[in-house]
Design a binder for this molecule. Structure first.
Ligand code: F6P
Length: 571
């Protein structure tokens, strides 16, 4: 399903500037020669420019497809690159001419000009010339991500890159394509400079048995869910895969560091980000790719996202600020989250005699491990309302004494959008004091920057390092943050385009969103902003918060929280 969709990805027309800043490009009496393109916004700067072809290679069952599709999502969301995935296994209906079909599909995609209509419009309206546009680096580039979803069936195809000769052949194909595109470009009166097509090989090698087994288990479980493998044939299927991989190993030639492939650009990943070898990977995009691939992995892990409990500003409808969680609703959610974090996320159990130790400083007198216990993490923003929402979460240490559960980590990167001059105002006050703000924001919510404040694009830039860190975890992490930030994290993790993220209404207060990331996610992404993909579970405590908020007796409150059913469905 996703393979067909990947090839059909809608490449929306690129935006060279935030629309809400359009008026800044006009000449005024005080600024008769304005800059032709507004100041670069990091996430929009698009200084990728060239065409890149990323070719994933490796033995079957190395998680290549998952990593390839995740990388594609990352480059689109955080760098605005025009990306498309090409699956070697599905390149054309006729297996005999797969390679030709693939090259022809790549040609069509790489030929596209991101300075197309939108650029022409800006050039005409504001007189931006090529030199100026190049100086501003407004082309976000095109990235083709090539992988095979069936590495055993395509093992002998050129584009599987499974031998030195096949890799040379891919390079030759791409050099020829580069010359062809450059000539074509020149005949259209384009710049004489060459149309660059840079090919990068990405090899995934697994040297740890447990990682291979994890990928194998995920693959067979997926096949079992799709009905391709019956439940009682699972073990036999796994054994068959193991035998086949051993056979392929004899034929497969890994990227060589004996000098014979030193002219190639490549990244060699050992056990995903555990050890990374790079060759000729300088420049903006290659370095971003290396950094991302050092973090990401297809091992199953969970991310829990929730907004802070109701704050004082929420009650009065004010934006931003650093108000506290003091309302009955806000405190109720914080208390429920305390139990949810311990039991559902960490898999700890409240000890039978916990009540007797209610006042003990040591939380280990109240919590004990179970067979489901897992080391878990907690992130909050630096703002009081998220820290207070997480204040009821306890921090027992695991039996080996090595891990403090939910040790609080405070990240400024996940602070709420800073509304600048509009901080602390209600929408009515904004309408009165900044009459153009609401209009400009509704026209371009992602690009609109509050006066002396931030835009969603600014948030995307400051979120990037956190996302990389989150990608690297294998332990569950609970992120207690804010509406705008969580919309972006949620959109990225669930495959929603960044342009749609600021308009998402699906993210509610008093709900904990559980996202399970593994190799099957990419198949379940729907890009529907009004519905969750199947790997998201919404633990909805909205009704419980309302009830708990009205209970005043402390003993009754505790009893209510302890009796709560924490297993919620996506009702
Ligand atoms: O209203 C709560 C809040 O977190 C504000 O502090 C913030 O400005 C706003 O939500 C972000 O949402 P939106 O981008 O829809 O205005």
């Amino acid at each position: 399903m996703s393979d067909a969709r990947d090839e059909d990805d809608d490449l929306e027309s690129p935006r060279l500037y935030a629309k809400s800043q359009e008026d800044l490009l006009r000449a005024r009496s005080h600024n008769p020669a304005p800059t032709t393109v507004p100041p670069p916004i990091a996430a929009l700067a698009g200084n990728i420019g060239e065409r890149h072809v990323l070719v994933f290679i490796g033995l079957p069952l190395r998680g290549k497809r998952t990593i390839a599709l995740r990388l594609k999502r990352y480059l689109r969301f955080f760098h605005g690159a025009r990306c498309r995935a090409f699956d070697v296994a599905y390149a054309g209906h006729d297996a005999r001419c797969r390679n030709e079909t693939l090259v022809s599909n790549l040609r069509d995609f790489l030929r596209g000009n991101d300075r197309g209509e939108e650029y022409a419009r800006v050039r005409e309206k504001y007189g931006v010339d090529d030199v100026d546009a190049n100086a501003k680096h407004v082309d976000s580039g095109r990235v083709a991500v090539v992988y095979s979803s069936n590495a055993s069936a395509t093992f002998r195809e050129t584009w599987s890159g499974t031998s030195k000769e096949r890799r040379r052949a891919i390079l030759k194909d791409m050099e020829a394509l580069e010359r062809e595109l450059a000539e074509e470009h020149a005949t259209r009166g384009g710049h004489a400079r060459r149309y660059k097509v840079k090919t990068i090989f990405i090899e995934t090698c697994l040297t740890k048995e447990e990682l291979t087994e994890e990928v194998l288990s995920q693959r067979v479980a997926r096949d079992a869910r799709n009905g391709a493998v019956s439940e009682d044939a699972i073990e036999e299927t796994k054994e068959g895969w193991r035998r086949r991989i051993d056979e392929y190993r004899k034929l497969y030639v890994t990227l060589q560091d004996d000098g014979s492939e030193d002219d190639l650009s490549y990244i060699k990943l050992y056990n995903y980000g555990e050890r990374v070898q790079t060759n000729r990977m300088r420049a903006y995009l290659p370095q971003r790719i290396v950094q991302f691939l050092t973090s990401t992995h297809p091992t199953a892990h969970k991310i829990y996202l929730c907004r802070h409990g109701e704050s004082e500003y929420n009650v009065t409808g004010r934006l931003g600020g650093n108000s506290c969680v003091t309302s009955d609703n806000g405190v109720a959610f914080a208390e429920i989250l305390g139990r949810f974090a311990m039991e559902k996320i960490c898999g700890m159990r409240r000890r039978a005699d916990a009540d007797e130790h209610e006042r003990d400083v040591d939380p280990n007198t109240r919590w004990e491990e179970t067979e489901h216990t897992t080391n878990a993490r907690l992130w909050t923003s630096s703002l009081l309302r998220t820290i207070q929402t997480a204040a009821h979460i306890e921090h027992p240490t695991t039996n080996d004494g090595e891990w403090e559960q939910m040790a609080p980590r405070v990240y400024r990167n996940i602070d709420e959008i800073f509304a600048g001059d509009c901080e602390g105002m209600t929408p009515e006050e904004i309408a009165e004091n900044h009459p153009r703000a609401a209009y400009l924001r509704s026209m371009d919510k992602i690009g609109y920057r509050y006066p002396r404040g931030e835009s969603y694009f600014d948030l995307i830039s400051r979120l990037e390092p956190c996302i990389q860190e989150m990608e690297s975890y294998t332990e569950p992490v609970l992120v207690v943050s804010h509406q705008a930030i969580l919309r972006l994290i949620f959109a990225y993790l669930t495959g929603v385009d960044r342009e749609h993220a600021p308009g998402m209404n699906t993210f509610s207060q008093n709900v904990v969103y559980e996202i399970t990331l593994d190799a099957s996610c990419e198949d379940l992404i729907t890009e529907d902003i009004d519905a969750f993909p199947a790997f998201v579970v919404a633990h909805d405590f909205r009704q419980d918060v309302k009830v708990l908020a009205k209970i005043t007796d402390p003993a009754e409150r505790k009893a209510f929280i302890r009796a709560l059913d924490l297993d919620r469905a996506n009702a």
